[in-house]
Structures are given as C-alpha cells and as structure tokens.
Design a protein. Structure first.
Length: 266
C-alpha cells in the first residue's frame, strides 16, 4: 500500500488512478478516502488522488493536533511526495475547509476549487447540531458509533455501508475531535476575495440549510459557479455520484483540455 512520509510521526495513505489534470479529493471527519469510491470513475480523464487525513483511515495520526491549516500543510507535502505540482482541490463538507485553506495558502499549487456541500464558515443551526453530535460521540470514545452513523448516511449500494464503516471506524478519536473542533471555528469568509481560481459549489436541492453558503462566494469571488443536484442530499459524492461526476467533469474539461494542449505544444 502506498504511503507518503510527511514527517517522522506521520505517514499518509494514498491512491492515485488515471492520468491528466490532477484532482485531489478531501474527505470529512470520521471517514476515509473511500467516501469518494464512485469518483474513481473520473480516472478515465483525470489523475485522481485519494488519501486519508491524519488520524483517519489507514494514515497514522501523527504527533501534532489536527487542524484545518495543519491538514493543508500535510496535503502540500503529500503532493510534493508524489510529484504533483498543481492540482484541483475537491473537498466534501469539512474536507472543503481543507481545500479552501490549501487554495488560500498555496495559490500557485491550486488549479481549481470544488466544494460539495461547502461553506466558508458553519453557522446554521441544524448542520452545526449534527456536527456537534458526532463531536460528542468521538469525545466520549464512541468512534464506532460515529462511523456507523457516517456509513449509514453515505451508502448508495448495500456493500457501501460496510466498506465505509470499516475505514471510518479506524479514525482516531482525538484527531477526529480536533478536526471537528477546528472546522467549527474555521472562517475563511474575509479571505474569499483572494481566490482567483475557478470555483464550483455543488449542493443537493434537499440540503436547503446549506444553500445560503453560496452567497459570500458569489459576492467575493464572482467567478464562482453554483450547481444544485435535484433531489440530492448533503451526501452527494456517493449518493448522487452520477450527477456529481458529470458536473465535475463538465467544470474541469476546459482546464483538462488546456493542460493537454500545453503538453502537446511542449
């Protein structure tokens, strides 16, 4: 199994499939890279990069507390390790915060930003309560319960639930708690104007409490595109994967074609 050594205490598990424009997928808390199982289909056109964050899945937990900024730095080192100079950041839910932080800190390494159920700051009641419920579970050592919760809500086919659970249950309670806490305090709203790259926000039509989060992006980064998946919930990457993948492909195809044209000219 491929691992990237980030420092003496941290090794990140990763998978790379396909060629073309690199796209790195960033998962939420108490989960692993396989929440993006159905995005592997995009590897026919793109270099898809899946990995487990510190303290999640098959990655070690490292010696540093988990944080959004720390995860962004770890991702940069991972991309350095696998020789990827510039990538599209595709973050789902809390993973979208890591994607934003990476794009803000390393604009020269960021080709585009895709957020599924994304937000620059979480401050609506129902989503915050759901996040804090999972935070309580891991605080009191109930990682398996939190993993069952995540697996049940993210399954598309019956075998998905078992697969997602098996990786999610390996989450370290402390790192999961820290990831959640850091995300609850994260706020990039005042920095969004610095994002000069292509941005895509994807929401399910049924996750209405999340729709308002498009507003600061559209206001401060007017190049932002927003797409709603009909009858979609928050769990778009697995549960609405056909529509999700088509939207991502449509958004990235011009960037990928441009990359291929440049390679041809070289």
């Amino acid at each position: 199994m491929p691992y990237a050594k980030i420092d003496d205490s941290l090794s990140l598990y990763y998978q790379i499939k396909g060629d073309g424009l690199p796209v790195v997928f960033i998962h939420p808390f108490v989960m692993g890279h396989n929440v993006f199982k159905y995005q592997e289909a995009l590897s026919h056109r793109y270099k898809t990069i899946f990995f487990d964050l510190p303290g999640h899945g098959r990655s070690s937990k490292g010696s540093k507390p988990a944080s959004i900024s720390g995860f962004a730095g770890d991702l940069k080192k991972l991309l350095d390790e696998v020789g990827v100079e510039k990538a599209v950041l595709c973050g789902y839910s809390h993973g979208g915060l890591v994607a934003q932080e990476f794009a803000l800190r390393y604009p020269e390494r960021s080709a585009a930003l895709i957020l599924s159920g994304g937000f620059s700051k979480i401050d609506t009641l129902i989503p915050t309560l759901v996040i804090k419920l999972v935070q309580l579970m891991v605080k009191f050592g109930q990682v398996s319960l939190a993993a069952k919760w995540q697996a049940k809500f993210h399954k598309w086919e019956s075998e998905d639930e078992k697969e997602i659970f098996e990786l999610a249950r390996r989450s370290d309670a402390q790192r999961s708690y820290e990831y959640i806490k850091s995300g609850l305090h994260y706020d990039s709203t005042s920095q969004l104007h610095k994002l000069a790259l292509p941005i895509l926000l994807i929401y399910g039509s049924l996750e209405k409490p999340m729709h308002r989060y498009r507003i600061p992006f559209k206001k401060k980064a007017p190049q932002t595109q927003v797409v709603y998946i009909k009858s979609g919930t928050h769990q778009l990457p697995p549960r609405s994967h056909l529509e999700f993948n088509a939207i991502v492909d449509d958004f990235l195809k011009p960037l990928n074609d441009n990359k291929e044209n440049q390679a041809g000219l070289g």
